[in-house]
Design a protein around this ligand. Structure first.
Ligand SMILES: [Zn+2]
Length: 249
């Protein structure tokens, strides 16, 4: 398969997985940075992720301009992706979702913190971005670069930021890692709410999070990706392993 076709196929699979796993519903989106042009990214036309096909994928500059729209309507919030790629050269995939279990944390100010080793990639401090702070009363959507850059600044060097009354943004070094982070962010939020109802919660420490991430190889992402591909009815494309434990996996 040609590199672009392979990247498109992977992005279609990511959308189907995120829909199947309850991170995306009819709304939200996943993108990848262009493999050969770091100043561009790929994102679907405005369509529910479960329904996306390769022909829906469009190329954008980092400021959200479509290269060849061909009559396709882009997502209003495509700027989120461009601003994160602009601010973070190492990021190669971005997910914006309305991941349901994270919403309560964005509106209460209760910090979303890691309760389980699989969720360590979120870090111990997930920032909350409130659009109202700098933009007043809006419809909550991120519809231009000024808003998107403000959100990207709140994300900082992290892998996730919550968006008050709206959802979250998740970033990673690869599409498989980013999907992994988005699925486990949703799971952590659900588990944290359940644990909090039972009593005081012992969260992972900074040192534990660092240890999990230090010893994690791409095998972790591959194992999850194969499982999620099966559940989403998509073929699994094996990737060579990378990372500290690749030889032991
Ligand atoms: Zn949104």
């Amino acid at each position: 398969m040609a590199p672009a076709a392979e990247a498109f196929d992977e992005l279609v699979t990511a959308n189907r997985i995120l829909a199947r796993e309850g991170v995306l519903d009819a709304f939200g989106h996943a993108s990848i940075r262009h493999p050969d042009r770091p100043d561009r990214f790929y994102l679907s036309r405005a369509r529910a992720p479960e329904c996306i096909e390769a022909a829906d994928l469009m190329e954008f500059t980092l400021d959200g301009a479509a290269i060849d729209p061909a009559g396709r309507k882009p997502y209003a919030e495509r700027f989120i992706h461009g601003a994160v790629y602009e601010a973070r050269p190492e990021v190669h995939a971005v997910v914006h979702s309305h991941s349901p279990s994270v919403i309560p944390f964005g509106v209460t100010g209760t910090m979303l913190r890691p309760v389980m080793h699989m969720c360590a990639s979120m870090g111990t401090r997930v920032p909350i971005w409130d659009v109202r702070t700098n933009f007043g009363d809006t419809n909550l959507l991120v519809t231009d670069m000024k808003m998107a850059r403000d959100l990207a600044a709140a994300l900082g060097a992290g892998s996730a930021a919550l968006m008050r009354g709206h959802g979250c943004v998740v970033a990673g070094r690869s599409l498989r890692e980013t999907v992994f982070n988005a699925v486990y962010l949703e799971l952590n939020a659900d588990l944290q709410m359940k644990a909090s109802a039972l009593g005081d919660v012992t969260f992972l420490s900074d040192g534990e999070v660092a240890a999990v991430l230090r010893t994690r190889s791409s095998f972790t992402f591959e194992r999850a990706w194969e499982f999620w591909c099966r559940r989403a009815g998509r073929p699994y494309d094996v990737r060579p392993m990378e990372g500290p434990l690749a030889e032991k996996a």
